[in-house]
Write a protein that binds this ligand. Sequence first.
Ligand code: SF4
Length: 334
Amino acid sequence: MDFLDAGNTGTYGHPVPTKGPLGAKQGKAILVSGHDLKDMEELLKQSAGKGVYVYSHGEMLPTHAYPELKKYDHFYGHYGTAWQNQAKEFSQFPGAILMTTNCIQRPKEPYKSNIFTCGLVGWPGIAHISDRNFQPVIDRALALPGFQEDENGKEVMVGFGRNTVLGVADKVIEAVKGKAIRHFFVVAGCDGAKPGRNYYTEFVEKVPKDTVVLTFACGKFRFFDKDLGDIGGIPRLLDIGQCNDAHSAIQIAVALANAFNVGVNDLPLSIICSWYEQKAAAILLSLLQLGIKDIRLGPSLPAFVSPNVLDVLVKTFDIKPISTPDEDLKAILG
Ligand code: SF4
């Protein structure tokens, strides 16, 4: 994650707070999903001046905040939510779709001929681009109707990576010392289709007004467009980025711990993790390796957590399954 962070921020600059429109512009359209910033950059370069607008989908939302990506005028907005809603969202998208990296679902008939895969991701019978020449995607977008008119939508703020948050560290520390901020919640991880996942929406809706929510990965689509307001100019909902930007969240936590001269586990900070697939497991293992304790995990425990493994995780790391938002908030805040 450290290497990836260095690669992404070194090449595209540190994310800066940026509004991502959720509406659409009249005109031809390309939707880019997945996680790969290099694919996004190449597509933006190759599609510039061709009469198409580019939209992010899912985990590509944070790309709006990178200076070297947001500089493209035709990189307009964000469309859609997390991976499990793909079939519905892609069926309604009036342009071409590019799927980078993982989390593709079986493509459905309405968009089978509009979707392309690249890099490590692929699907039998779906056009694959292996050399980052995205002309076929652009051609398909030009052949499709695109959006017939401008569609107004909300805007969401992205770009609260470690550089931005630590850039206002003094303000944050003052707010904690002055008790304007009582607690930080990191509500993050992968989304999924199980019904229990509205826990995360409710949790964020119920956190008290003197607390701040940091989020990353596609679990945020359960609450990403909520307006939680701010505390003395610090937004109460801070989007740190993609799942791999868990690294950035850790850097923020470590810097806060240093500022207060305590360990990360002693900070007024709780991690509420939504688990789904292999990347989330890798991130969870990284957090455990760093000695982070008291993580709440849900909506169900990963299959590899056998009773014996659970026993070790509970004894060593004080891991807990989520219960209800009310009970968990009461347990955390007292
Ligand atoms: S956060 Fe996890 S589930 Fe969501 S798109 Fe990324 S890897 Fe997939």
